[in-house]
Design a protein around this ligand. Structure first.
Ligand code: RET
Length: 133
């Protein structure tokens, strides 16, 4: 299986602001969020994962086990309660986030030693690529 573990730094980001807008995140927070350098620190132990999204402004941490529904509170993001379920699709981690927002979720995969993250909310798809730090 894919090895997500390590430290990753944001290289490219497409439609991140549109994604944050779809989540109803306010203008000021969006402007700060899109200007930030982001680092992902990932630890992986079998199907147990910990994804830390770090920035100088705010951090977000998500720990999950593949196949186990998680009550997630998106603290510091859109501050909503959602039910998240991560599953494997080949070597891709696919999360569906059930709650107030339609068609919400994310996908993580590795390609050419880069970490890809696709974030979806409603009709918006954001794509971020991270390189190893
Ligand atoms: C930052 C900075 C503060 C404002 C916002 C942020 C967004 C973080 C996001 C993280 C997604 C993490 C995922 C982890 C999966 O394991 C960068 C913390 C809005 C959207 C999907």
């Amino acid at each position: 299986p894919a090895d997500f573990s390590g430290k990753w730094i944001l290289e490219t980001s497409e439609k991140f602001e549109e994604y944050l807008k779809a989540l109803n995140i306010d203008f000021a927070t969006r402007k700060i969020a899109i200007s930030l350098s982001q680092t992902k620190v990932v630890t992986q132990d079998g199907d147990n994962f910990d994804f830390k999204t770090l920035s100088t402004f705010r951090n977000y941490e998500l720990a999950f086990t593949v196949g186990v529904v998680l009550d997630e509170y998106t603290k510091g993001l859109d501050n909503r309660n959602i039910k998240s379920l991560v599953t494997w699709d080949k070597d891709m981690l696919v999360c569906t986030q059930r709650g107030e927002k339609a068609n919400r979720g994310w996908k993580h995969w590795i390609e050419d030693d880069k970490l890809h993250l696709e974030l979806t909310c409603e009709d918006v798809v954001c794509h971020q690529v991270f390189k190893r730090k």
